[in-house]
Design a protein around this ligand. Sequence first.
Ligand code: GCW
Length: 688
Amino acid sequence: MKFIINIILLFCIAVTVKSEDGHELWLRKSKPSAVNIASKGTSETLNIARQELTQNWQGEPGATITLKIVKDKRFKGDGFKLETTGIQANTELGILYGVYEMLRRQQTGQPVSIVISNPSYEHRILNHWDNPNGTIERGYAGYSIFWRNGKDSLTITEQDKKLWTEYARANASIGINGTVLNNVNASQNMITAPYLERVKAIADILRPYGIKTYLAVKFSSPSLLGGIKTSDPLDPEVIQWWHGKVGEIYSIIPDFGGFLVKANSEGQPGPQDFGRTHADGANMLADALKQYDGIVMWRAFVYSPEENDRAKQAYLEFMRFDGMFRENVIIQVKNGPVDFQPREPFSPLFGAMKKTSVMAELQITQEYLGHSIQLVFLAPMWEECLQSDTYQEGPGSTVARATDGSIYPQKHSAIAGVANIGLDNNWCGHPFAQANWYAFGRLAWNNKLSSETIADEWIRQTFLPEDAKEKGITSGDWQQKFLVPVKEMMLQTREAAVNYSMPLGLHHIFAGAHHYGPGPWEAPRGVRPDWTPVYYHRADTLGIGFDRTRKGSDAVSQYQEPLASQFDDPETCPDKYLLWFHHLPWTYEMKNGRILWDELCYSYESGVLQVREFQKIWDQVEPYVDKQRFSEVQSKLRRHYRDARIWKDACLLYFQQYSKLPIPYDIERPENDLEDLMKIRLGWSHHN
Ligand code: GCW
């Protein structure tokens, strides 16, 4: 009987959870209580702060909240002090951030206690890889929210403004304060008058929310736009051209943030085309921006096919310029030394460049982690990187501390995330991909936050039914039946993705340029070797893995001791990086006693089983989620599972040709033929 009542109850809950399309992100509306606000001054930012409070107050009805701008040395930048009765900050923006923190605490059921909150990084920036025609490089959530194709592409509509306002608000609510509006593979057109007008319109909307606009620029712009014969950074005419261009930009957008540059990388022009260095190029632009307080974010993502190990190249190229960059240059370094792979050790440039501002670039869009098809929560990956110890200034010199100003007196501190935002109704393609945008912002504000805290906050704000209490979902019930299992699932998803795609330090073994499905066999003739999977896994009859030891490419030596020695020896190298640093026999004995081949098989299998588990978890929470988001996630998980199986089959059958060993018999047998998998190149047709 009790069972039947329970079923009926669950059914009632399920039919009453209001359908949602996810457009409101983590800022869903709920009925506010009355609140009085005591604050002086009017400005757009303060008005937003007050409006947020009145429209979203969930605290004691009728409470009075005092917003006060003070001069307090304990607050850094736009940091703030939260008290039960109000917020203090040195800046208006600090007040706004304090308001969002207060509301977040109310929504997530945390007490509003006295706390001072300062940002870990001065600049917390999204990088959009959006092209002027509206497409997005590595974007999986529709077209650009900033740019579009066609005749009226630069006309600013009411719909544009509405969307940009929502975008600004979402970012401000998690502390993001900058955005690069276009792809690092930049079009020179972006800094021409018609585009700058649109940048101005965007900047005007983002400004009250504290978000600065930046642009990615093409290094050869002086030639392409100015008709100058060269774009040599030391050429006086070129220097003058950039000064003029920067002046023009600031006359249109007075608080413009600065430039992001991808130079001499993957075919992009750069100072080396003219026999100059990265320092020459970055400094020239920095000089032009200096009088306006603009910054240059110069990317260290450089590699060329000639060198023997791609993982070493950024370090080799940039270390020699440490101390030679202008103060307003920040070197932007991807978290791993190769690319945004599912797992890489941290880039050895972190902590090693001691006299230069260095910022981490993380990838929010899931280029290598399942696009917007797979459910992968990325906070654990970023936490792993930020908490990695570089040992550069002794134990505890984590990547976080080496980049946030705790260790080195760098002029600027910053962090960037490559956005996963597009025109899709739910912004990010997958309902759970929103959690990655959220996590980036929260970590940029506080790089010590745990993935668990972030997941917990996000789930509560994103999924707690507005009318939970009225509809009979007591909060304890919801926590136990929804929050706990969904959080647990999210926290496992990244490790699952590593397991079914690239376990034990494998990397970059995708089929083709779409970076979705498996392609360990790929080595098409004519393609540069460092763009093919065989370059990275090096499987042969003797074994598998990339030898980066002292006897191999010696990439280990770019790490500070004790890491260099630890990574150099397979006995002490963490299993998760084993095949990143070592080429080992198939029968190599692992720490757990298994042979390498078996361990590889079990890893792939465990990844697949984990996704199977995610499906079950999700199906069980059905009564607690609105229909639309439930079905969407359910259907995506089905595809996720099918594709995880394909990863396992493809990699095991391919590598087995070399290992010549049986797949352990307690593992599910492959169900696809290798020849078929090689033909379909999973993901190719959708994302090429
Ligand atoms: O990971 C690679 C991507 C390219 C990207 C490049 C980069 C913007 O496959 O699409 O180009 O990195 O970060 O510059």
